[in-house]
Design a binder for this molecule. Structure first.
Ligand SMILES: [Zn+2]
Length: 83
């Protein structure tokens, strides 16, 4: 019959023991090479540790400033309501 039993199975592309290696990327901010413990998916900027820390600090400061502004607006609104 037309049945051919010698089907060759191609097992390629799956090397054993292949771990996700920590890859080197360039920091988007300062251009320094940095090793990421994860694979970037393009949703977040690639930053080195230093820039990441700075960014977090800045975000904290901005969050605090926004909270202060909000509080001041509320105080002003309350003061106007009193007047
Ligand atoms: Zn950097």
């Amino acid at each position: 019959m037309g049945y051919k039993p010698h089907k060759i199975e191609m097992k390629r592309g799956r090397r054993r023991g292949k771990r996700p290696e920590p890859a080197q990327y360039l920091c988007e901010r300062c251009g320094k090479p940095t090793v990421l413990p994860f694979i970037p998916r393009g949703t977040a900027p690639i930053l080195c540790k230093g820039c990441l820390r700075k960014k977090k600090k800045r975000e904290e400061q901005e969050a605090r400033a926004a909270a202060n502004l909000q509080a001041r607006r509320e105080r002003e609104a309350a003061a106007q309501a009193m007047a």
